[in-house]
Ligand binder design. Structure first.
Ligand SMILES: NC(=O)c1ccc[n+]([C@@H]2O[C@H](COP(=O)([O-])OP(=O)(O)OC[C@H]3O[C@@H](n4cnc5c(N)ncnc54)[C@H](OP(=O)(O)O)[C@@H]3O)[C@@H](O)[C@H]2O)c1
Length: 330
């Protein structure tokens, strides 16, 4: 039997486990042109909060009773599509379930012979590509410039800072707590990481960025973005990748330092990774090269079993994850 998690109700404010329901159903049979995938890993991502909100967003949300949306990594069990055979490793838009059956143009075949399969949901998957394109196309840092990234120990942020270092920049992270900041500096090689929970955020960031900030990769928003606006240089760039501090808030924080954008002629651009879908192979190749050469490190936070996916998502939204948040399904 297939096990799946469906949306039971829309959250109001913070997500709760009661917003989800576990169901079982027969394992589907692939039709002509379809493949059946056994999912081994489920990715949990902050965007999922937006999918279960009734607010208008950039894609359609999950309806009540529908399988919760999400990307998985797994193995092809049966194929009636010429591009796949049993045993192939793939990522697929399966949602929160143990088996997925669908059209063969939807999964992506991956080569997990040199790296763990789960990496294709993290540093070699959507979060890695988000970091790559946001950095390359919006932050566009030159060697010697200072790049700051918030949620620096996370799936996207950890790649952003390591790319900044690989491209000859000063990389400064912002993260919650000493353990995460120590990891970012000692393991990932950032030049500095500021603990936003420790107080004196502005003073500490100013000291870590003695030449000001040329590029900000913003994952959090709210007070962190507002503080960063006070440190941005003339003609600096800000990639608005995520605003996680607002995702569960009833009212958005509201940026107060907007004036800095005017006086410093800052380029601020929102981004959604799939805008660069046609260029995914370029990012995949660059990231794989960095990972296999040991220049890009990663860390995973693993929740065991599909039933615990809601708990994992709630933890991720509260910052309890330490690295890319995954659910091990088998
Ligand atoms: N635009 C796109 O295409 C795109 C694609 C992927 C991800 N994103 C965005 O990128 C951001 C990071 O995603 P991710 O997958 O890499 O997640 P992640 O960083 O692995 O995990 C989320 C982290 O956000 C931090 N956080 C949560 N609430 C916070 C708050 N109130 N204030 C400050 N920090 C908070 C926590 O780290 P601390 O403990 O350090 O606070 C938490 O660990 C999210 O905003 C996400 O929506 C955007």
């Amino acid at each position: 039997m297939n096990k799946r998690i469906v949306l039971a109700s829309y959250p109001e404010g913070w997500v709760t486990e009661s917003n989800f329901r576990v169901e079982t159903a027969p394992i589907p049979k692939p039709g002509e042109g379809e493949v059946l995938v056994k999912n081994l890993w489920l990715s949990l991502d902050p965007y999922m909060r937006g999918r279960i909100s009734q607010q208008k967003s950039y894609v359609k949300g999950v309806e009540i009773g529908e399988v919760m949306t999400g990307e998985t990594a797994g193995e092809v069990l049966e194929s009636r599509h010429p591009g796949f055979k049993p045993g192939d490793k793939v990522t697929a838009p399966s949602g929160w379930q143990l088996y997925w059956c669908g059209k063969g143009d939807l999964p992506t075949k991956v080569d997990a012979s040199k790296v763990p399969l789960s990496y294709f949901l993290g540093c070699l998957g959507m979060p890695g590509r988000t970091a790559y394109f946001g950095m390359k196309e919006i932050c566009a840092p030159k060697p010697g410039e200072t790049v700051v990234v918030s949620a620096a120990s996370g799936a996207v942020g950890s790649v952003v800072g390591q790319l900044a270092r690989a491209w000859g920049c000063r990389a400064v992270g912002i993260a919650g707590g000493k353990a995460k900041c120590d990891y970012v500096v000692k393991e990932l090689g950032f030049d500095a990481c500021i603990d936003y929970k420790a107080g004196d955020l502005f003073e500490n960031l100013k000291a870590a960025c003695p030449k000001g900030v040329d590029a900000l990769f913003e994952n959090v928003g709210g007070e962190i973005l507002d503080t960063m606006l006070r440190l941005m240089n003339l003609r600096s760039r800000i990639a608005i990748c995520g605003l996680i501090s607002d995702y569960n808030a009833k009212e958005p924080y509201g940026v107060k330092m907007f004036r800095s954008i005017l006086v410093n002629r800052i380029k601020v651009q929102g981004m959604i990774v799939f805008d660069w879908q046609a260029r995914y192979p370029e990012a995949n190749q660059a990231l794989l090269q960095l990972v296999t050469s040991g220049k890009l490190k990663t860390r995973e936070s693993v929740v065991e079993g599909l039933e615990n996916a809601p708990k994992g998502l709630i933890g991720l939204l509260k910052g309890e994850n330490f690295g890319k948040q995954l659910v091990r399904l088998a």
